[in-house]
Structure formats: structure tokens, C-alpha cells
Design a binder for this molecule. Structure first.
Ligand code: ATP
Ligand code: MG
Length: 327
């Protein structure tokens, strides 16, 4: 069975973008693949986090994975920091990654623009991500389009390492949805909806209450043309609403366009809000049942145990290849 691997940072509350671009793909593929899904808490501290909030969000992430339909029997679910092998492999990979290629990463360029004190960790983030993937011989990494470049870096580093030291790593491939690979901010529809953005008006959080969800969608930025059709260049707001609808309904953009062709913007927004509300309220009901359950700890203990074994073996293989210690 081929393996997929997914991670959603506890750097903020999970959003509709996290659901559509990240978790929903994992849920769809969990029957066909050996699926790993983890909480990248070590990635989250590449920007400053409040330790109490971070801890809370780690558990929340796991509960949301489950509430979104991630089946603990079909997935290995774990917390990155509980597995000490990730950072160790990351170091070896850092020593096999060139400054030039790491400097090209657009996420670093964009995130570092928004901060005063940019950390080295934010720069090396993609290399830790490569370690997350390569430790487990993942075949595919379901991601939104913003993470494609990082998976490509992981591939390049793995290919280089294999050439230098002998075959150790499986070469992973990004898996990107046709529709919904980049959900945009409702207030700035040319920017990605990101959980760590400061203005929350344009972000639908998975745990937003119904009133808030509807309010955010009804006040989404559109255009003055008044016709509903898909045109990302000229109508980013309307195109984003069509994308959200099509992704949640699992239909093509063309089908969504056809459905809404005689709608005005107000009615379009109302129907998109209906669908989003229906999906999110269902997730929230499940979330509320799980968040305080012991099941979460049992799942995480199991995940930690399984992944530590696999990761230890892979790391020792790497250490042997590079000539470390007495491996
Ligand atoms: P941050 O702002 O802290 O980077 P984020 O919202 O970008 O948070 P991540 O945890 O970095 O979320 O990403 C988790 C996964 O969700 C990745 O595969 C990413 O590509 C995907 N993803 C995140 N936001 C979106 C979005 N708006 N549309 C589609 N996919 C997304
Ligand atoms: Mg991100």
C-alpha cells in the first residue's frame, strides 16, 4: 500500500482552507493509502507562539482531524515533537541543502516580510518538512498549492542524498486537488486564506459559530459587475466563492458556474453560506464530543509508538550512510 502524509500547523485555529486543501484530501484517500497525519508543532514555533495556546491547539488539531472524518483506524496520528528523529534528520538534510535553493522559497519571503524578528527556523522550515516526509518513505503528500514548492525541495534533497550516499529515501510527490488548491481570504481574495493572518474577517475558522460564518461570507469582497462566473484574474472574490462551493459539494467549477448563472451576488453568498454552515456545524458537533475524550491520548500514544520505530530505523540508516558515530 502506498503511503500519504499530511500535517497542519497548530499556528492558529484551523480554517476552511485547511479543510479543503489539507484534511479533506486525506479523508478521501484514507481507504486506498496507508495514511499518516501529524501535528507539526515544531513548525509552528517558526513564528512566535504563546506556549499555553500552542498546547491547546495541538489537542484541538487532533480533535478536528477526527471530526473532519480522519479515521483513527485507517490513519497513524501523531505529534511531531514527540518524535525526536524529525529534528535529527532535518540537521543532516540541512547539510545537504544549498543556500541558493532554500533562499528561493516563496513562503519564507512572504512570511518574513510580515515580521520584524525573522528566525533562522523560518528559513529552514522547508528542510524540517523534508525530514517529516522522508523519514516515513511517503509516496504522496496532499497539500495546497502553496506547499508544492516545499515538497519539490524535499524531492530535490532526497535525490541528491540518494546519489551521494546510496538509495535511502523514497522520492515523494505532491498531491494537489484540481479544485480548491488555494482558498482565498474573503476580504483580500488575491491572498491565500491563512490561519495566521491578522485580520480574521476574511477567514472562516472551522470552529466559528453560525452567525459569524454567515456574516463573513455575506461581507466577502466581490466586484461591481453583478454576473456570476469564474474568472480568477478579474473576479477573484466571486471565483473564490464558486471554488468554495464546488470543493465542498465535490463538483467541478463548471457545474457550480452553471448552477449559479442566474443568481445575484447576495443569493450566491447566501447559498455558499448555507453549504459552509452545514459542513462546519456537522464538524463542530463531532468535535465537541471528542475534544475532552481520552480517545485522543490513546490515539496519540499509538501514533507516537508506531512512528518512533519507523523513524528510528530510517535515521540510523542515514547516520550509517553519512559515517556518524558507531552506527
Ligand atoms: P500558516 O498561516 O500558519 O502557514 P496555513 O493556513 O497556511 O497556516 P498550514 O498549516 O501552513 O496552514 O497548511 C496546512 C495545509 O493546508 C497545507 O497543505 C496547505 O497547503 C493547506 N492550506 C492552507 N491554507 C490553504 C488554503 N487557503 N487553500 C488551500 N489549501 C490550504
Ligand atoms: Mg502555511
Amino acid at each position: 500500500m502506498k503511503r500519504i502524509l499530511t500535517g497542519l500547523q497548530p499556528s492558529g485555529e484551523l480554517t476552511l482552507g485547511s479543510l479543503i486543501g489539507g484534511i479533506s484530501q486525506t479523508v478521501k484517500l484514507q481507504d486506498e493509502y496507508d495514511s499518516f497525519i501529524f501535528v507539526p508543532d515544531m513548525h509552528a514555533i517558526t513564528v512566535r507562539q504563546d506556549p499555553i495556546l500552542l498546547k491547546e491547539r495541538i489537542r484541538k488539531n487532533v480533535a478536528l482531524y477526527l471530526a473532519c472524518g480522519v479515521d483513527p483506524k485507517k490513519n497513524t496520528i501523531y505529534i511531531q515533537s514527540e518524535n525526536l528523529y524529525h529534528a535529527n534528520l532535518s540537521w543532516v538534510l540541512e547539510c545537504n541543502t544549498y543556500m541558493g535553493e532554500a533562499s528561493r522559497m516563496t513562503q519564507f519571503k512572504e512570511k518574513s516580510k510580515k515580521q520584524d524578528n525573522v528566525t533562522v527556523g523560518l528559513f529552514t522550515y522547508p528542510i524540517l518538512m523534508a525530514a517529516d516526509i522522508l523519514l516515513y518513505d511517503a509516496d504522496y503528500v496532499p497539500v495546497g498549492i502553496d506547499q508544492k514548492q516545499h515538497v519539490e525541495l524535499a524531492r530535490d534533497v532526497a535525490i541528491r542524498f540518494n546519489k551521494l550516499y546510496g538509495e535511502v529515501f523514497k522520492i515523494p510527490e505532491p498531491l494537489i486537488r484540481n479544485v480548491g488548491f488555494k482558498i482565498m481570504d474573503l476580504q483580500n481574495p488575491t491572498n491565500k486564506m491563512s490561519k495566521s493572518s491578522e485580520n480574521h474577517k476574511g477567514i472562516i475558522f472551522l470552529l466559528d459559530d453560525e452567525k459569524n460564518i454567515r456574516k463573513k461570507i455575506m461581507s466577502a469582497v466581490t466586484d461591481s459587475e453583478g454576473k456570476v462566473y469564474y474568472d480568477v484574474q478579474n473576479k477573484p472574490g466571486i471565483s473564490n466563492l464558486l471554488t468554495i462551493y464546488a470543493s465542498l459539494k465535490n463538483i467541478s467549477i463548471a457545474k457550480a458556474e452553471e448552477h449559479f448563472k442566474d443568481y445575484n451576488y447576495g443569493n450566491l453568498k447566501k447559498e455558499v453560506a448555507d453549504v459552509v454552515t452545514e459542513v462546519l456545524l456537522d464538524i463542530q458537533e463531532k468535535y465537541n464530543k471528542i475534544i475532552d475524550s481520552e480517545e485522543i491520548d490513546e490515539i496519540l500514544n499509538r501514533g507516537s509508538e508506531v512512528t518512533s520505530k519507523i523513524a528510528k530505523e530510517k535515521l540510523e540508516e542515514v547516520f550509517k550512510k553519512v559515517g556518524f558515530g558507531r552506527y
